[in-house]
Design a binder for this molecule. Structure first.
Ligand code: ZN
Length: 140
């Protein structure tokens, strides 16, 4: 278990330091800003949506390692997903980081590494910032 925990931490540190999809998207279908005043995390999310499917996702911004890692892993996960799947992933991720409850884990994939956040209530907003921003963007 402690090995697994270390591995998880490494993945979070790696994505926090070297976020994937950290770039502006000029031809995005939708963009949305998010801000977490508790920690100062700030981001703008960009999504390219075609026929109810997310074909590309990226973000810009800065914040703590957890918020960056979560946005990085989320944008990787969203590519190729339908809006319906996206909402399922959001629900599963939200439940995981707020309560530690595991549902639809196959949909979450690597995002499971953020489960540990549920033990740190003050960091939950960091982990969910990109997600709340995303769900607001797709519901528009
Ligand atoms: Zn934060």
């Amino acid at each position: 278990m402690s090995d697994l925990r270390e591995l998880y931490q490494e993945l979070i540190i790696d994505h926090g330091r070297h976020p994937r999809n950290l770039k502006r998207m000029d031809d995005a279908s939708v963009s949305k800003e998010g801000f977490n005043p508790l920690c100062g995390d700030r981001l703008t999310l960009f999504l390219k949506i075609d026929n109810d499917k997310i074909i590309d996702a990226s973000f810009e911004g800065n914040g703590c390692a957890i918020s960056m890692a979560s946005a990085s892993l989320m944008t990787e996960c969203l590519k190729g997903k339908t809006i319906t799947e996206t909402q399922k992933i959001f629900d599963a991720f939200h439940l995981l980081v707020t309560t530690g409850t595991e549902i639809n884990m196959q949909l979450l994939g690597k995002l499971a590494v953020l489960k540990g956040v549920c033990e740190y209530p003050s960091r939950v907003k960091c982990a969910t910032l990109a997600w709340h921003t995303m769900i607001e963007a797709v519901e528009k």
